[in-house]
Design a protein around this ligand. Structure first.
Ligand code: UDX
Ligand code: UDX
Ligand code: ADP
Length: 478
């Protein structure tokens, strides 16, 4: 006998909460979904034609149900008060100071949202942990709720991690591989899980909705991201061997991926993984392992992040060594600043690391990205306390209006993000070549270019996971 959810509140209108609860509203016209945030500008954007998150297909879905059964608001208290199920989908950044700094998640936002729920609630609530959080957060949320609630009010805590990837959020949400719901194994815990399962069952097959205990569910999210990132670090480690030997990483990953026990996905070598989740979740796992007195386990997972740092450094070193170890005053065009294609998100983007590295070597850098806002690039390059202020940065870095402008008069072009428009079948590399200094270099950090084709145009091509062919004699040389 579980309740039928009629009103949902989602606290946090970010990358996770926004798209997830939009799809829930679209698929459950009989449920009122209110997404709230303390950030007024963000809510205004959700209510406008210019959504704060750019995801293929998201605009259409928002338009189809906004004002019908989907609402965006800053009135957090009212939404909490009215809801029978509340998603907590606030940010969980890595702590920058204090215990666990650089590793542990800062649960301050989760805690304050949870305290607000306890304070406002006048009826029973199902509280769903949706942010990625280290194991046992649900337990802590439960303590806060129980210690602060009014007499006679029951809270059931669920863990319901989200597995959507950016750039494909809508299709991931429409066709998830699985939906995980973690609950206490008590009668009311199971009933709460059943209520949430009904919400998803509007569009997800029952056998893909998996229930398990709270901690398994929380750990599964960290584990899935750690395993995915580990595949990338593994293939990137192999790419270093390829570059040193003449093997080709694309052939190696193709061959390995054909083994059905391994599979082809997430085996693409790159300049390094980015995004808000992989590094953060692994460092959480490392911190968790340390605090459980499992140093070998911590070291094992830490190596996945270390390898990623190594890959970024190795790639930029390769660029520098191609110019006889100095890029001082050279112009470098950076194509792509987002952490992957089809998103404007730059969190942990490898491009940031590369630009900072090239800056310390004295290069001039021109950046072009089709989606990332100029203001965001400046924020990323002037992170407080880490890098110089804006005027210093702008002495070396400029932002170009298109790829051709970025590459004009450049010594080297570097593919940092695999945007389709950077492919050699789309962009006119011959034109770019004609307007570059010679020898003209292109470094493909995303394996999207046809090396031979570009070499035929005259480029020196450096590709991840392939040996540099050395300085080839120009074709017209007699
Ligand atoms: C392996 C490779 O699978 C095979 O492709 C290659 O040609 C030779 O090496 P093998 O050593 O015969 O084959 O057995 P395999 O089934 O891979 O198992 C290797 C070890 O891993 C065993 O001890 C097995 O018990 C263990 N294992 C396997 C696990 O502990 N967990 C698993 O999920 C799978
Ligand atoms: C990831 C997980 O995929 C998702 O399930 C989870 O909910 C959040 O974290 P996201 O960070 O949005 O999603 O993007 P993802 O596609 O996983 O890519 C992460 C990074 O790995 C990107 O920088 C991407 O370019 C890189 N990557 C991915 C590779 O370098 N090689 C690959 O083969 C795949
Ligand atoms: P994620 O990628 O996990 O979705 P984001 O940073 O994109 O994270 O979004 C989290 C959102 O949560 C932010 O817009 C932030 O303003 C909001 N938020 C944080 N704390 C609260 C709170 N106590 N009440 C309401 N909204 C909150």
């Amino acid at each position: 006998p579980h309740i039928k959810v009629k009103k949902i509140c989602c606290i946090g209108a970010g990358y996770v909460g926004g798209p997830t609860c939009t799809i829930i509203a679209a698929k459950n016209p009989d449920i009122i979904v209110t997404i709230v945030d303390i950030n007024q500008a963000r809510i205004d954007a959700w209510n406008s034609d210019n959504l704060p998150i750019s995801e293929p297909g998201l605009d259409e879905v928002v338009k189809s149900c906004r004002g019908r059964n989907l609402f965006f608001s800053t009135d957090v208290d009212k939404a909490i008060h009215d809801a029978d199920l509340i998603f907590v989908s606030v940010n969980t950044p890595t702590k920058t100071k204090g215990m666990g700094a650089g590793y542990a998640a800062d649960l301050g936002y989760v805690e304050s949202a949870t305290r607000r729920i306890a304070q406002i609630a006048r009826s029973d609530k199902i509280v769903v942990e949706k942010s990625t959080v280290p194991c046992r957060t649900a337990q802590n949320m439960r303590y806060i709720l129980e210690a602060n609630s009014k007499a006679g009010i029951r809270f059931d805590i669920l863990s319901n991690p989200e597995f959507l990837a950016e750039g494909t959020a809508v299709s991931d949400l429409m066709n998830p591989d699985r939906v995980l719901i973690g609950s206490l194994k008590t009668e009311s815990g199971r009933a709460a899980a059943a209520s949430l399962a009904d919400v998803y069952a509007s569009w997800v097959a029952r056998d893909q909705i998996i229930t398990m205990n709270l901690w398994s569910s929380e750990l599964s999210k960290l584990a899935a991201n750690a395993l995915l990132a580990q595949r990338i670090s593994s293939i990137n480690a192999l790419s270093a061997i390829c570059e040193a030997t003449g093997a080709d990483i694309e052939e190696v990953s193709y061959a390995c991926g054909l083994d059905t026990r391994i599979g082809p996905k997430f085996l693409k070598a790159s300049v390094g993984f980015g995004g808000s989740c992989f590094q953060k979740d692994i460092l959480n796992l490392v911190y968790l392992s340390e605090s459980l007195h499992l140093p070998e386990v911590a070291a094992y997972w830490k190596q996945v992040v270390d390898m990623n740092e190594y890959q970024k450094r190795r790639f930029s070193n390769r660029v520098i060594s191609s110019f006889f170890n100095t890029i001082y005053g050279k112009k470098i065009a950076i194509l792509g600043f987002a952490f992957k294609k089809d998103t404007s998100d730059t969190r942990e983007s490898p491009a940031i690391t590369l630009v900072n590295h090239f800056r310390t070597e004295g290069a001039q850098i021109a950046i072009y990205d089709p989606k990332v806002q100029e203001s965001q690039i400046w924020i990323d390059l002037t992170e407080p306390g880490v890098m110089d202020d804006l005027t210093e940065v702008q002495k070396q870095v400029s932002i170009a209006k298109d790829a051709y402008a970025a590459c004009d008069d450049a010594d080297a072009v570097i593919i940092c993000t695999e945007w389709d428009e950077f492919r050699d079948t789309v962009l006119d590399y011959k034109l770019i070549y004609d307007h570059m200094k010679k020898p003209a270099f292109v470094f493909d950090g995303r394996l999207i270019l046809n090396k031979t084709r570009l070499e035929d145009m005259g480029f020196q091509v450096g590709t991840i996971g392939r040996a540099t062919s050395g300085f080839t004699v120009p074709k017209d040389w007699e």
